[in-house]
Design a protein around this ligand. Structure first.
Ligand SMILES: [Zn+2]
Ligand SMILES: [Zn+2]
Length: 375
C-alpha cells in the first residue's frame, strides 16, 4: 500500500471487521492522545488528530464505511463518486488526508502527497519460428528498462540525506491562484505536488529514483502462441518514479512464416504435389509434422487437384488448452513434364483404351459444350 492510501482502519489501529464500539473506543484513545489542547503548537499532532477524526467520521457511519470498504479513499475524493454522500465533509476528507502525510508520516520513507504514478508498461516484440510456436520455448531476453535506483532505493535522495518541506507550497503540494472570482488549486510546480523536495539529489539517478538498466528476463513462451499473442510479465516494466510500483512488460509474439506450413488458428495447412499416377491409383503419403512425428495421409484413388484432406489432431496445440488442431493437406496433382519415350508409348497405349468414362467430369463438360453450341 502506498503511503497516500494509509488505511482508515490502520489509522485508528483497528481491524477491518471491528465493531462500532471498538472503532469508537479506538478513536477516543487517538483523539485524546493527539488533541490540540494537549499538544499545543504541534502541527503533526493536529494533522493526525484531524485524520483520525476524518477516519472516525467514515467508520462510525455504516453507509460511509461500506462505501469506504468498497472504494477506499476514492469514495471521498472530489469527483470520485461512489460515496453516495457527496457532502462537504466528504469532499474535504481527501484534502485532510493528503495534508497529514507530509507532517505525520512523510518524514522518513519518501512519502509524498501526490498519488505515486505506476511505472510505464513496456512492449517487447519477439519473433518465434512456427516450430517454437508449436513446442513453446523458454528463453532469455535482455531489455533496458528504468529500474529502481539501488543507491537511493528509489527515493531519489542522496544516501544520508532526506527531504525537506517545499518552500513554495509549505508542504501542501498545491498552490492556490486567484482567477477572477475563483481560487484555483494546482499541483505545486516546485515539488511536483509532493510537498517535499530533496535535500540533495542522488548522484546516480539525479533524484529520479530510477536508472536505466539492462535486465535479463526469463521468458516462457507457451505452446500454441500465435501472431498477436501477448504475454504479460507482471511488474517487469518501468519502475515507478520515487519507488512507485513498476509497470508491466508485454511480450508481443510474432510467428515467422514457415516454408512448408501455413497456419490458421490451430490448423496447419500444406500443399502436397502428388503424381498423376498416385492420384489415379491412390497412395499413402508421409508428411513430417512440426511435432517431429511423421503423419501418414491416405490419398484415395481418383483424387482431384485442390482436394483437401484432413488429419485430426495433427495441427497446432491449443494455446493454454488441451488438444491440437488439424493438419489440412491440399493435394495438387502434378502433370508429368519429363517422360521417357517408353513412358510416352505406354501413355499412348493407355489412351487407345480410353472410352471417355474414365474422366466423367471431362466428358460431362464436353457434353455440355455440345448441347450449348449444338455441335
Ligand atoms: Zn538514486
Ligand atoms: Zn511544493
Amino acid at each position: 500500500m502506498s503511503a497516500t492510501e494509509v488505511d482508515f482502519y490502520e489509522l485508528l489501529g483497528v481491524s477491518r471487521d471491528a465493531d462500532g464500539a471498538t472503532v469508537k473506543s479506538a478513536y477516543r484513545k487517538m483523539a485524546m492522545k493527539y488533541h490540540p489542547d494537549r499538544n499545543p503548537g504541534d502541527e503533526e499532532a493536529e494533522a493526525r488528530f484531524k485524520a483520525c477524526s476524518a477516519a472516525y467520521e467514515v467508520l462510525k457511519d455504516p453507509q460511509k464505511r461500506a462505501a469506504y470498504d468498497r472504494y477506499g479513499h476514492a469514495a471521498f475524493q472530489q469527483g470520485g463518486g461512489g460515496g453516495g454522500h457527496p457532502g462537504a465533509d466528504f469532499s474535504d476528507l481527501g484534502d485532510i488526508f493528503e495534508t497529514i502525510f507530509g507532517s505525520a508520516f512523510g518524514g522518513g520513507g519518501g512519502a509524498g502527497r501526490a498519488r505515486p504514478r505506476r511505472g510505464a508498461d513496456l512492449r517487447y516484440d519477439m519473433q518465434v519460428s512456427l516450430e517454437e510456436a508449436y513446442h513453446g520455448k523458454n528463453t532469455q531476453i535482455t531489455v533496458e528498462v528504468a529500474a529502481t535506483c539501488e543507491t537511493c532505493e528509489g527515493s531519489g535522495a542522496e544516501p544520508g540525506t532526506g527531504r525537506r518541506r517545499c518552500d513554495l507550497c509549505h508542504g501542501r503540494g498545491k498552490v492556490r491562484a486567484q482567477q477572477g472570482l475563483f481560487v484555483i488549486e494546482r499541483p505545486c510546480p516546485n515539488c511536483a505536488g509532493r510537498g517535499e523536495v530533496l535535500e540533495q539529489a542522488c548522484s546516480d539517478c539525479r533524484g529520479e529514483g530510477r536508472v536505466d538498466k539492462e535486465q535479463s528476463l526469463d521468458i516462457e513462451i507457451p505452446p500454441g502462441v500465435d501472431n498477436g499473442t501477448r504475454i504479460r510479465l507482471n511488474g517487469k516494466g518501468e519502475a515507478g518514479p520515487m519507488g512507485a510500483p513498476s509497470g508491466d512488460l508485454y511480450i508481443f509474439v510474432h510467428v515467422k512464416d514457415h516454408s512448408v506450413f501455413q497456419r490458421e488458428g490451430t490448423a496447419l495447412f500444406t500443399r502436397v504435389p502428388v503424381s498423376f499416377t498416385a492420384a489415379a491409383l491412390g497412395e499413402t503419403i508421409e508428411i513430417p509434422g512440426l511435432d517431429g512425428e511423421t503423419h501418414s495421409i491416405d490419398i484415395p484413388a481418383g483424387i482431384q487437384s485442390g482436394k483437401q484432406l484432413r488429419k485430426r489432431g495433427a495441427g497446432m496445440p491449443v494455446l493454454q488448452g488441451r488438444g491440437r488442431g488439424d493438419l489440412v493437406v491440399e493435394v495438387i496433382v502434378e502433370t508429368p513434364t519429363k517422360l521417357s519415350s517408353r513412358q510416352k508409348d505406354i501413355l499412348r497405349e493407355f489412351r487407345e483404351t480410353e472410352t471417355g468414362d474414365e474422366c466423367p467430369e471431362s466428358r460431362g463438360f464436353f457434353d455440355k459444350l455440345k448441347t450449348a453450341f449444338g455441335a
